[in-house]
Design a protein around this ligand. Structure first.
Ligand code: ADP
Ligand code: ZN
Ligand code: ZN
Length: 757
């Protein structure tokens, strides 16, 4: 008897063993998908991980129902990476499978090929004589005759029959025929009915063929860029990972393009990861010009069917040479990976939050590169502390680009004290007088402005003036954000939308007012203040539909809009030529966030947003509005002094035992009932303390302690470097199992967030 161990898309640890019916032997092998029964009623599509002859003990094994592939859809390297992710991030391998496979491969009939309808001549008429017979049959039906003759010339039958030697006949789609002969489907159908033509379908790909690559379109590297390029190549001789620390607009992307070309010429594939789909829009255009059809794009905005086609192309004999994508692209198959580029490597969105696996795409990419012998280049103007520390300690190579391309100066950054302006009654609305003046100057001078407000919606808070009542989500412990466009109050944690009350439900007062400003409000104010300007807004709400990113970014890049308002989405690596002023409207909301990374994140966000100013045509200006103008952090931002930020933060991390000086893991527990989750978390806390002592902190209530009706508790585990993490994970798994096996806590969810952000 043959057995197969199968990865199933279920959140349970381990593989599942099934027996292989005799007729399927040979077909069931590593990497192919199979359909199996699961439980009394359902079936799952799983991937074969192993085939063996060892009957599992003590359990009834069921048969595989069907084999879905003739060739493997998962490579051995992918499976190794999945195993690493499952182990390191302590997630069931089934969850990794779920994250990796496009939906179209996860269902039995998930993928639908696109087909096209073709027409062709019935074979019995395929000769000069046959054609005459056919034309005779049509007789006086003029429109049919015209359509038929058009078909003969499109397909080349006319010429072939004339020359008398057959010749080659081209395939003609029905649509081509309809267009060329200006006729109707009915006429073509009549020809089919007469038995002269027949139709057939053919599968066609959905993927953009992308045109011919043209390396001559590459820009020649400037002197500093060339030096950096050489240093990177040299560094790769000794190090597997190199950090390119280059200020904004220093031409990093151009260097990547040269590195990609070099890799392609050595017959290697490149994976180019970006943190944000918005960014792929611009970079796609830059890469497409040079690499044409060698470039594939992969992210969640693509349809399931398209993603299946990209996946399959990666498995084919002619895969893409370059894959550009967001986080999940690291999970694609690669046959000959040579280089991984992680652009904007400091971005937190590389870390997946929910659902499991809570993996970091940068770490995963480095692991993938290590498994395949590829090199990894991390690029950014504001390195993550972890990466910079690795570069400082010699684990990674480090290459710097301190100058902007063409020597354009970094923008001047002016701080505006909002508190002081308010005191002097000079702050009318969210834009200070200076920012107003500079935006006006930009718009009137044919330049552009970017306004950054890291909150979407109209107002982050609604409040009763009489009693202080604040509307909150019924399912989450957060206050609601007012959205004017939809006239709803929305929960940004679960998405629930509520009607705006006319009177305060607590005291009956009509004096409900809003506090704070989100991007919608900024947009309103800006439109009022600059009626002649063309204003666009880019945030989660305006980019939900397909093509919305492209439209907003293109319009701004082409100068069809003057002022762009947005959340952190606009801060990431976008390259615009005509932006002369950038306004950071509320620096404080970034600095006062309760998280150990908040401070450096605030620096990075402000430095990145500032980097959008003055990239071409003269030095830009950044106006930074704050209530705490003396914060040392702002001084670092003004001087663009990453080094100072790094020194302060790394000292703090060391003093308080945070990464990179420790391994950090959060243990989350969730349950509907507050007392149950408290009880469970306390039990878990004491269990972990028995093993790990004072390395365990908590349990505590996280900043948002209830989401989607589940109460959340958090335990922090800080482990010194050099500890045996494999052992630690064993303990943690044992603790998780002990909780699951305890009848009191069976319904409590316990999960881990390894290297949390
Ligand atoms: P970064 O990725 O460091 O922010 P980019 O690669 O986007 O910088 O370069 C900034 C701008 O300068 C872009 O508009 C880019 O086209 C231009 N640029 C960079 N390098 C060159 C070069 N060697 N030749 C011409 N233009 C360049
Ligand atoms: Zn009230
Ligand atoms: Zn909610």
């Amino acid at each position: 008897m043959t057995y197969a161990d199968i990865i199933l898309p279920v959140p349970l640890d381990g593989l599942f063993t099934y027996s292989v019916p005799a007729p399927m032997e040979g077909q069931v092998r590593f990497g192919v998908r199979v359909l199996v029964p699961f439980g009394p009623k359902i079936t799952h599509v799983g991937v074969v991980a192993r085939v063996h002859g060892k009957a599992p003990e003590g359990i009834a094994v069921r048969d595989i129902l069907r084999v879905l592939d003739t060739e493997p859809v998962v490579t051995a390297t992918q499976y190794r990476l999945w195993q690493w992710m499952a182990d390191y991030y302590m997630a069931p391998i089934g969850d990794v499978l779920k994250a990796a496979l496009p939906a179209g491969l996860k269902a039995e009939e998930g993928y639908k090929p696109r087909t096209e309808l073709y027409v062709r001549l019935r074979p019995e008429f395929g000769s000069a004589r046959g054609l005459h017979v056919a034309l005779d049959m049509i007789g006086r039906a003029d429109r049919q005759r015209a359509a038929f003759e058009t078909y003969l010339s499109l397909s080349g039958w006319a010429a072939a029959a004339d020359s008398g030697n057959g010749g080659t006949v081209a395939e003609v789609t029905r649509d081509e025929l309809l267009n060329a002969s200006h006729t109707t489907t009915a006429i073509v159908n009549a020809l089919v009915k007469r038995g002269l033509l027949e139709t057939y379908t053919r599968e066609v790909g959905r993927l953009n063929t992308g045109g011919e690559p043209d390396f001559t379109r590459m820009k020649q590297l400037g002197e500093a860029q060339q030096r950096a390029y050489n240093e990177i190549m040299f560094s790769f001789l000794k190090k597997n990972v190199v950090l390119l620390h280059g200020v904004t607009s220093s031409g990093k992307t151009e260097i990547y393009i040269h590195l990609i070309k070099q890799a392609i010429e050595s017959h290697k594939q490149v994976l180019y990861l970006l943190p944000e789909i918005a960014l792929t829009v611009q970079i796609t255009e830059r890469l497409r010009r040079v690499f044409g059809g060698k470039l594939g794009i992969y992210h969640s905005r693509y349809s399931d069917n398209e993603r299946v086609e990209i996946w399959r192309k990666q498995l084919s004999a002619a895969p893409y040479d370059v894959i550009l994508g967001a986080r999940s692209a690291v999970l694609l198959p690669f046959a000959r990976l040579g280089l991984v580029i992680v652009d904007e490597e400091h971005e937190q969105s590389f870390k997946q939050q929910d659902p499991a696996p809570r993996y970091h795409a940068r770490s995963t990419a480095i692991m993938l590169a290590q498994m395949t012998g590829a090199k990894t280049l991390l690029g950014t103007a504001t390195p993550s502390l972890e990466s910079y520390h690795s570069a400082q300690t010699g684990k990674y190579g480090l290459v710097r680009l301190a100058q902007r391309y063409k020597g354009i100066e970094l923008p001047e950054i002016r701080i505006v004290d909002v508190k002081d302006l308010r005191r002097r009654k000079m702050m009318k609305g969210p834009l200070s007088p200076m920012l107003m003046a500079k935006v006006r100057e930009a718009v009137e001078g044919g330049r552009q402005a970017i306004l950054f407000q890291n909150r979407r919606g109209f107002a982050p808070m609604v409040e009763c003036r009489q009693c202080g009542w604040v509307p909150r989500c019924e399912r989450c412990d957060v206050s609601l954000t007012l959205h004017r466009r939809t006239n709803k109050m929305t929960c940004h944690y679960c998405g629930a939308a509520y009607d705006v009350p006319q009177v305060c439900p607590a005291c009956g007062s009509r004096e409900l007012h809003t506090r704070g400003a989100g991007t919608e409000k900024i947009e309103d104010r800006v439109c009022d203040a600059f009626p002649e300007a063309r204003v666009a807004r880019m945030d989660l709400d305006t980019t939900r539909t397909n093509g919305a990113y492209e439209r907003i970014i293109d319009d701004f890049a082409e100068g069809r809009t003057d002022i762009l308002i947005g959340t952190q989405m606009i801060g990431k690596g976008l390259d615009f030529d005509r932006v002369s002023v950038v306004g950071i409207l509320d620096a404080d909301s970034m600095m006062n966030y309760p998280d150990f990374r908040a401070y450096e994140q605030a620096f990075m966000m402000m430095a990145q947003v500032s980097g959008r100013a003055g990239r071409k045509g003269g030095r830009g200006l950044v106006i930074l509005q704050t209530k705490s103008p003396d914060a040392p952090l702002l001084d670092y931002v003004v001087r663009n002094d990453y080094g100072a930020l790094y020194r302060e933060m790394i000292a703090e991390r060391q003093a308080f035992r945070y990464p990179p000086y420790t391994h950090l893991t959060y243990i989350y527990m969730k349950h509907r009932d507050e007392t149950v989750v408290d009880h469970a978390a306390n039990e878990m806390g004491s269990m972990l303390r028995r093993w790990f002592g004072d390395r365990v902190l908590g349990p505590d209530r996280p900043a948002v302690a209830r989401v989607k009706t589940l109460c959340i508790r958090k335990i922090v585990l800080k482990l010194e470097l050099g500890i045996d993490m494999a052992k630690v994970r064993q303990y943690l798994r044992a603790a998780q199992k002990a909780m699951a096996d305890d009848p009191r806590f069976r319904s409590v969810q316990t999960y881990f967030d390894v290297d949390p952000m």
